[in-house]
Every structure is written in C-alpha cells, then in structure tokens.
Design a protein around this ligand. Sequence first.
Ligand SMILES: Cc1ncc(COP(=O)(O)O)c(C=O)c1O
Length: 421
Amino acid sequence: MYSGRIPRFSPSFSPREALVTARTLVSKPDDATEVARFERTFADFIGAKHAIMTPSARYAFYLLLQAMGIGADDEVVIPGLTYFAIPSIAVTAGVRPVFADTGLTSHVLDPAAFEAAITPRTKAVVPTHLYGTPCDMDAILAIARKHGIRVIEDCAQSTGARYKGQRVGNLGDAAYYTFGLTKNITTLSGAMITTNDDAVAAFCREAMDTSAYGDLQKAVKEAATGLAMMVATHPYVYPWTLHPVIRAGNALGKDPIHAPFGEPEVLYPEIPSSFRKNRPRAVQAAVGMEQVARMEALNGARQRNGKWLDTHLAARQADLPGLSLPTYPDGAEPIYMSFVVHHPRRDALMSALRKRGVDTTTGYMNDCSDHELFPQFRRPCPNAATTKGEQIHLPVHPRMDERDLKHMADMLGEACREVGA
Ligand SMILES: Cc1ncc(COP(=O)(O)O)c(C=O)c1O
C-alpha cells in the first residue's frame, strides 16, 4: 500500500558506492593515482582541460582567488543569496565581497545587479548556479569581458547542469564543485576545481600536491552516514522511522534534522590549517568514479521530476493560493538540486505539508547581503531577502516517482487552501 510519506531528500550514495568503499579500503590503491584518474574522468565529463580535486569548495574558491592574484582590497561580486562560507572565505583572504541581488524566482545572479555592483576594484564575479539552475551566462560573461573581470563559477549545486548545451563549470575562467553526502553526487566529502587556464591549474595543483592526506577514518564515517541516510529515507523504512520523528518535531514547532546537517555560520579568523591537511584519498576518488558513471541517470531522474512539477504546478496555479513557482534563465538546463517555491506564510505551509506526510526544508542558503557576519558589506538585495524568508524546498530527489509527485501536488493544494495566501 502507498504510504504517501515523502522525505525531503534521499542520498545518491547507494549499495554500489558502499561496495566500492569497502573494496577500496581493502585493496588500498595508490591515492595519487586514483585521484588523478577521477580528475581526468571529471574533466572529460565537464569538457574542461584541467580538474583538480580539493577537500572542499570553500578551499577551492580560496585557491582560485590566490591563483588569480586576487587579494587585499580587491572586490569580488557574489550573489546575496548564497552559502555563507563563500563570502566568509573571501573576507579571510582580504577580499571585499560585493553582494548583488538574485532573480526573485530564478534564485540566480541577476546580470543587471552584477553590472551595477562593478567598481574599478572589481576583479572577479561568482555566478552561483544555485539550486541546480544555471545563471544567465551569456549576459554575465558579456559584462565580465567588457570590464576585464574574471568569472569563477560556483557549481556546488549544479554538477552536470548545462547552459545552452554546454556543462556549467566550463563557461567562465574557472569553477568549483562540492560532493558532500547531500549533493547530487558524492565523494564522501570532497570537491573539485575545473579550468582551461594552465597557470590557474598549475597553482591549484601545486597547493594540493603539497597538502597532507586526510584521515581515512573521516571517509569511513561519511560512508557510514551515507548508508544510514540511504536506509532511513528508503520508502519501506522512512514512514516508520524518520517520518514520526519529523512529525513529532513539527508538533513542537521544530525541525529535528535541519541543524544536524547544517554547520555554524562563522567568519574564519584565518585560513584553517586543516584545509592543507585534507588531501582527498583513493576511496573518495573511487566513489566519485562510480558517481560520475551514474550522474546522467541521477540528474535525469531529478530533471524528469522537476519538469513534472514545473508543468503540473503551473497548470494548477489557481488551486495554489500564495505559492510562487521557480523560473529559469533562457538557455538554462537545470538539474533540479532543489525545487524552490515561495509562500508568504512559509512556516505554516511547511507544517501543513508535514502533517500530510510531505517533508520540506528551508535549505541552508542565507541572504549574506544582510548578515551579521558581514556588517561592513551590507548592500540591499531585496530578492535574496524575500527568498530567505519565503523559500520552501519541495522534494524532487531521484527516488521519487510520478505517484509521489502527484500525491505531493495534491497535498500542496490542500495545504495552500488550509493556510491561505
Ligand atoms: C552554493 C554553495 N557554494 C559553496 C558551498 C561550500 O561547499 P563546501 O562545503 O565544500 O566548502 C556550498 C555548500 O553546500 C554551496 O551550496
């Protein structure tokens, strides 16, 4: 019988990746060789000349700033709606983040806002392909080229997405990606840089080659967490385990799984030395190889689900009072990492959905343009502010099928009518 219980998320980590993890831990292949193999495969997948694996996207961003000679008092345009760690790292590197607004329903950098943020000190822009949606890259690249500004794509949430037929990450001067357990593909934590610029690649490669290898136990712990997530979100298990916990939390006005997957938002007083002691291991690369092989299938399932929601929720818009649906720049081929709707009574709507078995999240993106971490860099980004207050991430993960989508759309209609606009 259909349970109608839909988790907010399900991991890409599967029994195949668990097997690869176990096999690699036993056979202990050479770390550098395995990582190089994964880097080449990833570079070819993106279509880029170079790929360099790093421990995290934030460190990748730091290396790219350094590689491009961007430092003290230089300015970098960053979307207001983003993950705190990116402007935080910029500040630590002495760089001034200049926040520019995102589209209200596209959630990605508004080219006009980018252009308005440019000053003689602007050295780079970070088009963040947020929620799996590619930015309007033609417009952003034209503005950047006109002003001699480097383009560092943030592909943390969009690995494999395309813009006008080309993979994101191969459109600007360089890009970074991240592969945590909650991303569309995972390497048991780990990240990547891609670039076609030989000098940038050589700088980043040197930094990684002179880093110390990370602790294997960390990868083992990540794999165990991946397995636990896989089991807890399984359709036969979820209704009897995680779902009751979420329902109990909902009754108390709490989200019991939001905080454990988040991290404290802090400014780094300096670049943590741990960044240079966390060089990716063979096991991470081996899992990455498996995930790249499955990426088209995983992203394809997200796209099938996302497009279903685009079409069917738009057709029912009159039945969904107060709900705004996402939009996409022309030429963007999103991978639907998240399907983000807005509602003015966001918390009430999320609660009404949870009562009906549909779990959602507010996500972890903040309006960094109006954030206590960056008081000296405040700049009005009204769309980012509205998104922060109104966004709801509906489930869109690959494990969902059409029955789930239809059920969710029905429950969304009921919940919208219950809470009103
Ligand atoms: C848009 C975006 N940029 C950057 C990051 C930072 O990635 P990492 O945790 O690998 O530093 C994240 C993390 O989720 C993200 O979502």
